[in-house]
Design a binder for this molecule. Sequence first.
Ligand code: GCO
Length: 461
Amino acid sequence: MVSPPPVEKLQAAEAPLVAKVLGPDFVWGVSTSAYQIEGAVQADGRGASVWDGFCRVAGRIANGDTGDEACDHYHRYAEDIALMQQIGVSAYRFSIAWPRVLPLGRGAANEAGLAFYDRLVDRLLAADIEPWICLYHWDLPQALQEAGGWVNRDVVSWFADYARLVADRLGDRVKRFATFNEPSVFTLFGYSFGWHPPAIDDRRSLYAAVHHVNLAHGAAVDVLRARVAKASIGAIHNVQPSRPVRPTAPDRAAAAMLDDFWNRAFPDPQILGDYPTSIQRGIEPHRQAGDMERIRRPVDWLGINHYSPIYAKADPAAPLGFAWADAPPDVPRSPIGWQVDPAAFRDTLLDAQERYGLPIYVLENGAGAVEKPDAAGEIDDRERIDYLAQYTGALRDAVVLGADVRGYFVWSLLDNFEWGAGYANRFGLVYVDYPTQRRIPKASARWYAALIRSEAMKVAS
Ligand code: GCO
């Protein structure tokens, strides 16, 4: 087991002056997800997830990478928690691997899988780091996919039963729960674009999945509210301005459709009580009496993931009439080419505050890069620091302008399995040398540690 670097190695880099006091209760965290970091996919009774199989379909994942080992967090969680302590975060958002605790997705629970999350939560609490659990970060048990997955309305009860198992096991120590991570991503990419499992392109299945995920969210909220004392519940949505790639009427219509789907198809019914108009017709065949009340269950906060604006172009042949487009060539970009636009982040927070009226936690923000240690064995990730400085500055500006933002979680603690990009794109504050599983804190880890300390030393104005 490689020991983490001594604390003095995490000396504060020059932390930017954070002019706006975010207050002593502001939550500074880091985020990960089960399939992207745990590895140990065959260990201790874990069942298969849809991603285990998807990674084995030729051409789906860069370099033929899989999450089989990932960051081996299943075995190295204590070391990773020590790194969180050194950075100084007060919260850690992670996801439960559904097939690790219910190998077939329903029926018999896996005690060894539950015991892992017991150990993880207990170690976090001992380190004075608040656990934030996300129930679903895309790793549906394969056995449930074979029973229809998100297209089968029975999935609502399967998910509620899974939520109950987690609530009863961990709810005495964990109060922060998210039902889903980025439902618009895994439904659109899984049932239209073919970039995620089950990689089908079928409009009816897409809308069925959308509606059943929303129903599952509502059912899980009810379970968590009933079984976890003082539960603080939300869902995590990717919220990003949708822009036409060209100033033409067809592309503007495509961007509006992508906006409705990407940004509204889940938070609107969950918080406001109905789907955007453009979505409603597709949902109709799957909607039953009382469904909208089953979906709109009281939540305590809105989780927002944000990286950059997104772009659409008209595509009449596509099931939803739009196709994904790259940002225009002349915009500032992160090292992996995502647009850098902190003003869009500020405005996203303000718009979300106005539309939904809930406390906001930013549960993912960060910058990817293709990087490796320099001759001295360090990773001087200046571009990531620059991105994080701009975006935390934009968050501060949004707060000054009235957004009730109460926390910020960097994606991610560790370099990890970046879905279709495999391990090529690195988002971590900490570098992972996969062949040895050695962790190397990057300059951005020191920068973030300094930012947190500079904030903590301030007194709320
Ligand atoms: C997402 C997912 C993360 C990604 C991260 C970088 O937002 O796509 O929640 O799993 O790894 O966003 O793409």
